[in-house]
Design a protein around this ligand. Structure first.
Ligand code: WT7
Length: 681
């Protein structure tokens, strides 16, 4: 349940101090950039004003091809689950593939860069993408019987077969749920069960930091976990990294597991008509972490989502069909869905995909790829920027590439890091957009419009067209615009990219994102349902928003959300552990990482084995991404008199900050003991 306690409200002001970087100067986009930009008309903000809501979004939907135009722009009858472009018929696969054939069939849709530098790139032209998507769609419906409305879980690394698989599902109206390849088999299995998938599509292996990792082994764990939760997996389709050999040692289970490359020849030349689907039918689920242990399957609809992804790709990313666009995210996260696959391909662009680690085999790799492919739009996250800067602060200057546009996304970026990105990576020429959004929102909420607004380091910028935020205090009172005061960010209106519900849990959807400021739960008027992203923010005088971070029990690690409850319940699987508390600790590269405090059951002694068991359990139940910075075994947790663990106190200790007033705690002495253990003095 979303409820910000007094304590959490205190954290907002802590966040404000922590992330307050002072005002930065404004930097104008270059005349060269403006001259070629897709959107230079400031009037777009008038066209997308609240007076013109919701019909203004026709402008976005018109970027797509529809089998039938919609009758109603926004249907609020199931508020706060919004249905966009109702009555319209559409197919996402058709929009991302077929419709480009007439003009662009011989143009690169996807350029895939394998991690081993000696391996050749793979280029899929739109024609080739069309053929592969069709053949795989034919295989899917024939071999597995998947049909419109069914869910399928896809657990794949960054290979070109991943977008092929997604677009094949979209063609059939099968709802895909892509699980980040780095997640454990167990985490994948939970998502299989939650989504009710009876088919899992995976890969035998992939390269990461020079090693060919066995990935298929995770599928076996995933099926086991799903089974335990009551979901049977009938088919496991396994793509292979190399056509002629198997990168995994995991055995193939007879009758259940199939190598895709062995099945595909039977479907050569097969074509599958894209299914004409209602605009509001679900396109995919994307799981994200929340306050309670169970991950949430965010459901995105076809028409609204695709219109929003395409339009923001065109106007905020400034993608033209002739650009070479490289988003170095993973398709297993929402960024990859919207801004590697659906947005760029809907526009007929060339989207670059990279298999591996940005600094492998050395700090120049990313810039060599950019030089070789003549990438001109580059999109990545602060974590990666910090990593690249640390590994090779002078590397970009050695390579001859030319970015016109760069993006940073996923977490706040420090002005110093922003400036390196601008001056060194962008060579002082590229514009930068700092895009603020979330899994739930499908596309950007805040960002400068690159040819219209100047850039400001450390600020996400104003709201994008059609998004109308406000900042409220704890009681729902509006904090005056431009007051530079921290509060709760809300969006007053729905927009087409917004998710439709949490899969199978409408109640949690309403509770988490809307209940706090809704006065009439029966209302069908969108004005009564401000959307709550869960972030604290402040708005500067110039209307630029600075995002201060999460207000819930969620840690943003390297730009991705991890629920502290998920980590804590994983810890409790280790037999010796009585209590666990997870707090965010600042990290030079990843922004934040989890620090874990555990106390032991009577009869157990603190030991390195227990610490190692905690790390191993977390890696197995969630994935390496959740690996803690430290595991502290403490004699007891600081607690309130009612027995609540004071995470705030532990977080202050981990971050070398003052613990504040602890006189009301049940056991104030323990704080000093823990502090000495962690800070060593
Ligand atoms: C959370 C969403 C959006 C794709 C990647 C993450 C934080 C996101 C920014 C930004 C400051 C940001 C917020 C948000 N966040 N973008 N530009 N500046 N913070 O998606 O895993 O759904 O996480 O990331 O806290 O709520 P996600």
């Amino acid at each position: 349940m979303f409820a910000m306690s007094k304590q959490d409200a205190e954290q907002v002001s802590e966040a404000e101090i922590a992330v307050h970087w002072g005002e930065e100067k404004l930097i104008q986009p270059s005349p060269e950039f403006i001259a070629q930009a897709n959107m230079t008309d400031e009037k777009i903000f008038e066209r997308f004003s609240l007076e013109n809501f919701p019909d203004c979004f026709k402008e976005y939907a018109d970027l797509l091809d529809w089998y039938k135009t919609w009758d109603l722009t926004l249907d609020t009858s199931e508020a706060p689950s919004w249905k966009w472009f109702v009555g319209g018929l559409i197919n996402a696969s058709y929009n991302c593939v077929d419709r480009h054939l007439a003009q662009y069939k011989n143009k690169a849709a996807i350029i895939w860069v394998p991690e081993p530098e000696e391996e050749s790139h793979i280029v899929l032209t739109y024609q080739e993408l069309y053929v592969r998507v069709n053949e795989f769609a034919a295989l899917l419906s024939d071999k597995t019987g998947l049909k419109t409305g069914d869910r399928v879980t896809i657990h794949m690394p960054m290979v070109p077969e991943l977008p092929v698989t997604m677009l094949a599902c979209a063609r059939l109206g099968v709802i895909h749920s892509v699980v980040f390849g780095g997640f454990s088999g167990n985490a994948c299995g939970e998502r299989i069960a939650d989504s009710g998938s009876r088919v899992l599509i995976t890969m035998d292996g992939y390269y990461r930091s020079g090693k060919l990792l066995d990935h298929k082994v995770k599928a076996d764990e995933a099926v086991k976990t799903a089974n335990k939760e009551g979901q049977e997996v009938e088919h496991v389709l396994v793509w292979r990294r190399y056509g002629d050999r198997n990168a995994s040692e995991a055995p193939m289970v007879k009758g259940r597991d199939h190598f895709v490359d062995e099945l595909l020849p039977a479907y050569r030349g097969k074509r599958v008509e894209p299914v004409q689907l209602p605009a509001e039918a679900p396109l995919f689920l994307m799981y994200t972490s929340g306050t309670t242990g169970r991950p949430k399957g965010c459901q995105h609809g076809i028409g609204g989502y695709l219109a929003y992804a395409a339009a923001t790709s065109k106007y905020v990313q400034d993608i033209h069909p002739e650009d070479v666009y490289w988003c170095m995210a993973d398709i297993g996260w929402i960024t990859g869905h919207s801004y590697i696959v659906y947005g760029p391909l809907a526009l007929g662009a060339t989207s670059v995909m990279y298999e591996g680690v940005p600094t492998f085999p050395d700090a120049g790799r990313a810039w060599r790829i950019a030089e070789q492919l003549d990438v001109n739009i580059f999109h990545t996250a602060p974590t990666t920027i910090r990593m690249l800067r640390k590994a090779g602060p002078d590397e970009p200057a050695k390579y001859n590439y030319n970015f016109k546009h760069m993006t940073t996304v996923g977490e706040p970026i420090e002005p110093a890091v922003w400036r390196w990105y601008h001056e060194v990576v962008g060579k002082g020429k590229a514009v930068i957009v700092d895009t603020y959004w979330q899994t739930e929102t499908g596309g950007f909420l805040c960002s400068t419009m690159p040819a219209i607004h100047p850039m400001k380091a450390g600020s996400a910028g104003p709201a994008v067209p059609g998004i109308h935020p406000k900042i409220l205090d704890e009681d729902g009172n509006e904090i005056p615009r431009g007051a530079n005061k921290a509060g709760i960010l809300i969006i007053q209106n729905p927009w087409p990219g917004q998710f439709q519900t949490i899969w199978g849990d409408q109640e949690r959807y309403v509770e988490t994102y809307y209940a706090k400021f809704n006065k009439d739960p029966k209302s069908k008027d969108w004005r009564d349902w401000p959307y709550i992203p869960g972030d604290a923010a402040m708005e500067a005088e110039d209307g630029y928003f600075r995002i201060l971070g999460r207000m819930d029990d969620v840690i943003n690690v390297a730009g991705h959300r991890l629920g502290t409850k998920e980590l804590e319940s994983a810890c409790l699987m280790v037999d010796a552990i009585a209590e666990a508390s997870v707090v965010p600790v600042n990290d030079e590269i990843k922004g934040k990482v989890p620090d874990i405090y555990i106390s032991l059951k009577p009869g157990f002694e603190a030991s390195d084995e227990i610490k190692l068991a905690v790390v191993k359990t977390i890696e197995e139940s969630i994935g390496k991404i959740a690996r803690p910075k430290n595991v502290w075994i403490v004699p007891d947790m600081p607690k309130t008199r009612s027995g609540k663990i004071m995470r705030r106190v532990l977080a202050s200790i981990s971050n070398n900050q003052d613990v504040g007033d602890i006189t009301t705690l049940a056991n104030p002495d323990i704080v000093e003991e823990v502090r000495r253990m962690v800070q060593g003095k």
